[in-house]
Design a protein around this ligand. Structure first.
Ligand code: NAD
Length: 484
């Protein structure tokens, strides 16, 4: 229930004003089914005002010095860490992330702000040697323009700062449309950025229960020069087409289907530990969660035994409880999808070594809980082996050779993250080079970090977020030729 510490805003943040459009939609705590807030339900009118304000604010913000922008970002980073506990509680309440992980996400999200507070000062131009002596070739860096960002609910803070921090550092203004399930963390970030000294209109949050209608208005407007989206491939590809009409720059961070390869020479204890974190963190609701765990047949028995024991140790419970490892799924739709995937696998002959059914811990009614599940005997035709399940489900399969492991790993239209567990350094190079993925963790189940480029290939998206590459997504390179 609101307030959570200092955070109580439920209006949209448009043109530097908390805006009440009249209509409201509910934000539900997925652990209890209770309404925790009624948030501003914006429509086309608010969308038009936001575009207007973003355009005006862009002119002023793009004219500030990088040191000024850096100072605002540093203040935001400090405020996020100062209010870490309240931000974490807000997140856990609105989307069910276990509180330990929510605290970790605040630090991760603030890490992007810190990185780009520093990187703002290193947006360099270039001078390129010309072919003749009377010419000089300059490359200047310019911000891309007003940006429209759409984010998912699974990382309510980090998916925002991973886009917003480089955009602000580059000199862009930014309209954010957070997911309907998790608008409160986004509104809290707006409050903190205002306190950090960001001028009105540079960052706006348009909350809505009609993402398609609001997005249509914003995407049709030629003044918005960039779309950055994180979410499902289905929605992302539609937005890609919509953005084409006004030829906007586009970054898409979409779905994945991550293979997790455990070779016969792997450190099995480590592989088990990392597989548990990789498959079950955020209750299995991350785009880089292990979706297919492939284990070499010579060690599959030992791996499975230890893996099942480790998963059995995960504690399901209230996201606000300190000891909880697994919370509820985000909503009815997420819950139904997980159940349908598991039922499909069991019907086609897979075996649940653990879980396989919905749960209602402590007799709690209304919570979207599903038991941590380990499936053996999975084959490639099952939905769990082909589609993103987005839940606490780990399908385990086997392979007989390195060549087969790579072939199976690449047998998907997705290409976000893959994982390789081996002690053989030559194999590390062979396999990482052969995997068609944007991110590969070697003996590492959680590779994402603010200073590295995150993103996918194939149906997993275009563009990169994080590190030096992430800021280029918000910069135009202008070529200036000077004849002396
Ligand atoms: P989603 O695509 O349903 O929603 C994402 C966002 O798009 C939300 O803000 C939603 O309101 C908005 N949206 C939905 N329909 C829209 C429309 N027609 N027009 C404009 N906006 C629309 O995805 P989700 O369920 O919120 O998030 C889960 C998905 O996100 C998974 O597929 C996951 O893999 C992906 N994801 C990817 C990354 C990455 O970095 N690649 C990170 C996190 C999540």
């Amino acid at each position: 229930m609101l307030p959570v510490g200092r955070f109580s805003k439920t209006d949209a943040w448009i043109a530097g004003t908390w805006t009440d459009p009249g209509a409201r939609f509910r934000v539900i705590n997925p652990a209890t089914g209770e309404t925790i807030a009624e948030v501003a339900d914006c429509g086309p009118e608010e969308a038009r005002r936001a575009v207007e304000a973003a355009e005006t604010a862009f002119r002023a913000w793009s004219g500030t010095s990088v040191y000024e922008r850096s100072a605002v970002l540093w203040r935001l980073r400090d405020l996020m860490l100062e209010h870490r506990e309240d931000l974490a509680r807000l997140m856990s309440l609105e989307m069910g992330k276990p509180i330990k992980e929510s605290r970790g996400e605040v630090v991760y999200a603030a890490g992007f702000v810190e990185w780009y507070a520093e990187e703002a000062k290193r947006i360099f131009g270039e001078i390129i040697p010309a072919s003749t002596l009377e010419k000089r070739i300059l490359i200047q860096a310019a911000p891309v323009g007003p940006v429209y960002g759409i984010t998912p609910w699974n990382f309510p803070a980090a998916m925002v700062t991973r886009k917003l921090a480089p955009a602000l550092a580059a000199g862009c203004s930014f309209i954010l449309k957070p997911a309907e399930q998790s608008p409160l963390t986004a509104l809290a970030l707006a409050e903190l950025l205002h306190e950090a000294g960001l001028p009105p209109g540079v960052f706006q949050v348009i909350t809505t229960h009609d993402p398609a209608g609001v997005s249509q208005v914003i995407l049709d407007d030629p003044r918005i020069r960039k779309l950055t989206f994180t979410g499902s491939t289905e929605v992302g590809s539609k937005l890609y087409a919509q953005a084409a009409a006004t030829v906007k720059r586009v970054s898409l961070e979409l779905g994945g289907h991550a293979p997790f390869l455990v070779f016969e020479d792997a450190d099995l204890d480590k592989a088990v530990k990392e597989a548990v974190t990789c498959a079950f963190r955020n209750t299995g609701q991350t785009c880089v969660c292990a979706n297919r765990i492939y284990v070499h047949e010579a060690v599959a028995g030992r791996f499975l035994e230890a893996f099942v024991e480790a998963v059995r140790g995960l504690k399901v419970g209230d996201p606000l409880d300190e000891s909880t490892d697994i919370g509820p799924l985000v909503d009815q739709q997420g819950f139904d999808k997980v159940k349908a995937h598991v039922d499909d696998a069991l019907r086609r002959g897979a075996k649940a070594l653990l879980g396989g059914t919905p749960l209602a811990p402590g007799g709690r009614a209304g919570g979207y809980y599903f038991a941590p599940t380990v499936l053996a005997g999975v084959d490639a035709a099952m939905r769990v082996a082909r589609e993103e399940t987005f839940g606490p489900v780990a399908p385990v399969l086997t392979f007989a050779s390195e060549e087969e492991a790579v072939r199976l790993a690449n047998d998907t239209p997705y290409g976000l993250a893959a994982y390789v567990f081996t002690k053989d350094v030559s194999r590390v190079f062979r396999v990482t080079e052969a995997l068609e993925y944007g991110i590969v963790g070697v003996n590492d189940g959680v590779p994402a970090t603010p200073q590295a480029p995150f993103g996918g290939v194939k149906l997993s998206g275009v563009g990169r977020e994080g590190g030096t590459y992430g800021i280029e997504e918000y910069i135009e390179r202008k070529f200036v030729s000077i004849k002396l």
